[in-house]
Design a protein around this ligand. Structure first.
Ligand code: FAD
Length: 480
C-alpha cells in the first residue's frame, strides 16, 4: 500500500517559474496546501523588481535556501527530491526517494538543460551554480577556449571571460544574432577586444554558494541567469583576444593523436603556436587547438520523466505544449517556464524565448489558471503576453528588446529606422506600413515606454517619417 501525501497544488521545480507559481498560489489560495518538489537545495527568488514599462520589469534573481519560501508563504512546503514519474490518471507524482504525492492541480516547471555539441570531457556548458564553478576552475590555467553558440549565454561569456584567447564560432553571419541585428552587433563590436577592468561597483545580490558538489546528480539545478558570472573569477592566464569565425558549426572534436594521424593542418593564431589538449574542426575546414570547448547552443526542455504513460504532447522544440490557460493535454496538469511551449494563438507582437522574464510571467499566470480552474472563476490571458519585451545587458550596455525587434515573422517585408551614435546609443525601429512592430534600444535611451505604446496601439506614424528618431524632436511629448 502506497503512503500517499496529499496536496491541493504540486509544483515540480524550484526555478523562477516554480517559485513564482508557488508565491502566487499563496496569494490566491492561502488556505490550500502547496508543495514544491525540487532537485536542488536552493531555490530561485525574484527581488528588486523595477517596473520599466507596462509589460517589462527589471529584477534581480537570487538563489535562496528553500526555508525562505516556506517562511514567506506558510502554506508552501518545499521538498528536496527528484520527480521520476507522473501517473496523470491517478494524479500522482513519484520521487526518487520513493515518496508519492497526490495533487488536485500539478504544475511542471522543470526547466531546460543545455544541449551539448558533443558529449566529451573536453566540452563544458554553463547551466547552474555547479557547472559555473567547474568552468571557473578549468579556466584558471587555460590560454585559449573555443565557444560554440550565438545566444545570450555565449555573448555574455565572450564579454566576461578575460586574460584568455577566445575563438567564437557562430553559425550566423554576425554575433548575438538571436537578440540583435547586424548593425547592433557592429555597435557592440569594439567592446569585444577590451580587457575587462575590475568592477568597483558593489554587488547588491546576496549569493549563496553550493558548498558541496553533489555526486552522481543527473537532474540539473535551476538555470543561472543574467549575472551568473558575478562573484566568479573568469580569468585565464594569458592576454584576452577574441577571434570570430562566422557561418560555421563544429564538425568534429579531435584528440592530439588524431590530428597527427589524419595530417590535419592546424590554424595558428600566434607565431609560437603550441600543442593543445584538444582540437576542433569547424565546418569550413579550419582546425583550431584550444584548452577546452564551451557549448552554448541552446537548451532542451526537461520533459523525459513526465512523458511515459501519459498523453502529454511536445512541440518541435521539445517543450510540453500548453494552451492559453497553461494546461497540457492531461487533465489538471499545467506547465510553465522553460519546460513548456505555448500552443495558443500568439498575439502578433509576442513570441516565446526561454528567458527569466517569461519564466516569471508564465509561473504567475499558471498560478492564476490553476486556482481559477479549481475555484471555477474566469481568468483572462495576462497582458504581458501581448508584447515580447526583454531587458538585459550585452557587453556592459543596457539592451531593451520590444515586439518583433528583429523582424521575426515579417519575411523581410519591413523598413528599419535607425539612430546610431557610436559608443553611446543604438535605436532601431522595425516598421511596416508606417506602424511600429518592434524595437531594439541599446544604451540609456529612455524610449522604452513610448515605443511599447506605439507597438501596442499600432498608431500610423507615416507622417513623422524619419523624424520619429530625430534627436531634436521629443517624441515622448507626442506619444506618451
Ligand atoms: P529553471 O530555472 O531551470 O528551474 C528548473 C527547476 O526544476 C530547477 O530547480 C531544477 O532543479 C528542477 N527540476 C528539474 N527536473 C526536476 C525533477 N525531475 N524533479 C524535481 N526537480 C526538477 N535569461 C534571461 O532572461 N536573461 C539572461 O541573461 C539569462 N542568462 C542565462 C545565463 C545562463 C548561464 C543560463 C543557463 C540561463 C540564462 N537565462 C537567462 C535563462 C534563464 O535562466 C531561464 O530561462 C530561466 O531560469 C527558466 O526558469 P525555469 O523556472 O523555467 O527553469
Amino acid at each position: 500500500m502506497e503512503d500517499i501525501e496529499n496536496y491541493t497544488y504540486v509544483i515540480v521545480g524550484g526555478g523562477i517559474a516554480g517559485v513564482t507559481c508557488a508565491e502566487h498560489l499563496y496569494i490566491l489560495h492561502p488556505e490550500a496546501k502547496t508543495v514544491v518538489i525540487t532537485a536542488t537545495s536552493l531555490i530561485k527568488a525574484v527581488t528588486n523588481v523595477l517596473p520599466l514599462t507596462k509589460t517589462l520589469d527589471a529584477f534581480d534573481v537570487e538563489e535562496r535556501p528553500a526555508e525562505e519560501l516556506e517562511n514567506n508563504c506558510p502554506n508552501v512546503t518545499v521538498v528536496r527530491d527528484t520527480v521520476v514519474r507522473l501517473h496523470a490518471e491517478k494524479q500522482h507524482v513519484y520521487t526518487s526517494a520513493g515518496r508519492v504525492f497526490s495533487y488536485e492541480k500539478l504544475c511542471i516547471c522543470s526547466g531546460a538543460s543545455p544541449k551539448l555539441v558533443e558529449n566529451s570531457p573536453h566540452v563544458v556548458c554553463i547551466r547552474d551554480t555547479e557547472s559555473a564553478q567547474q568552468f571557473q576552475s578549468r579556466i584558471k590555467d587555460a590560454k585559449r577556449i573555443l565557444i560554440v553558440g550565438n545566444g545570450g549565454i555565449a555573448t555574455e561569456m565572450v564579454y566576461e571571460v578575460t586574460g584568455i584567447q577566445i575563438i567564437w564560432a557562430i553559425k550566423d553571419k554576425y554575433t548575438t544574432a538571436n537578440f540583435v541585428d547586424a548593425g547592433a552587433a557592429e555597435f557592440l563590436r569594439p567592446e569585444l577586444d577590451k580587457e575587462k577592468t575590475e568592477s568597483i561597483t558593489p554587488v547588491k545580490r546576496r549569493k549563496y554558494i553550493v558548498d558541496k558538489i553533489e555526486g552522481g546528480r543527473t537532474v540539473p539545478g535551476g538555470a543561472l541567469g543574467p549575472d551568473w558570472h558575478t562573484g566568479l573569477e573568469l580569468k585565464g592566464c594569458h592576454q584576452r583576444k577574441v577571434f570570430i569565425e562566422t557561418e560555421v558549426e563544429l564538425k568534429t572534436i579531435l584528440e592530439p593523436a588524431a590530428v597527427k594521424q589524419y595530417g590535419k593542418t592546424v590554424t595558428k593564431l600566434n607565431s609560437e603556436e603550441e600543442d593543445w589538449p584538444v582540437y576542433v574542426e569547424l565546418t569550413n575546414g579550419t582546425v583550431y587547438g584550444c584548452d577546452f570547448i564551451v557549448s552554448a547552443i541552446g537548451v532542451t526542455p526537461n520533459v523525459s520523466v513526465f512523458l511515459p504513460g501519459n498523453k502529454l504532447t511536445v512541440g518541435d522544440d521539445g517543450g510540453l505544449l500548453v494552451d492559453d490557460k497553461m494546461r497540457t493535454l492531461e487533465k489538471d496538469v499545467f506547465a510553465a517556464g522553460d519546460v513548456c511551449t505555448p500552443n495558443w494563438q500568439l498575439a502578433p507582437h509576442w513570441f516565446q524565448m526561454r528567458l527569466w522574464t517569461q519564466a516569471r510571467q508564465m509561473g504567475s499566470y499558471a498560478a492564476k489558471c490553476m486556482w481559477s480552474s479549481l475555484a471555477q472563476e474566469e481568468v483572462y490571458m495576462d497582458f504581458c503576453f501581448e508584447l515580447f519585451s526583454h531587458a538585459t545587458k550585452f557587453f556592459g550596455n543596457k539592451v531593451i528588446l520590444l515586439g518583433l525587434f528583429n523582424g521575426q515573422g515579417l519575411d523581410r517585408k519591413y523598413e528599419v529606422l535607425l539612430r546610431y551614435t557610436k559608443g553611446l546609443e543604438y535605436i532601431k525601429c522595425v516598421m511596416v506600413d508606417g506602424r511600429m512592430q518592434g524595437a531594439v534600444l541599446i544604451g540609456e535611451t529612455d524610449m522604452e515606454e513610448t515605443f511599447e505604446n506605439l507597438i501596442l496601439n499600432q498608431m500610423d506614424l507615416s507622417e513623422y517619417g524619419e523624424d520619429l528618431l530625430n534627436p531634436d524632436v521629443d517624441i515622448e511629448d507626442y506619444f506618451d
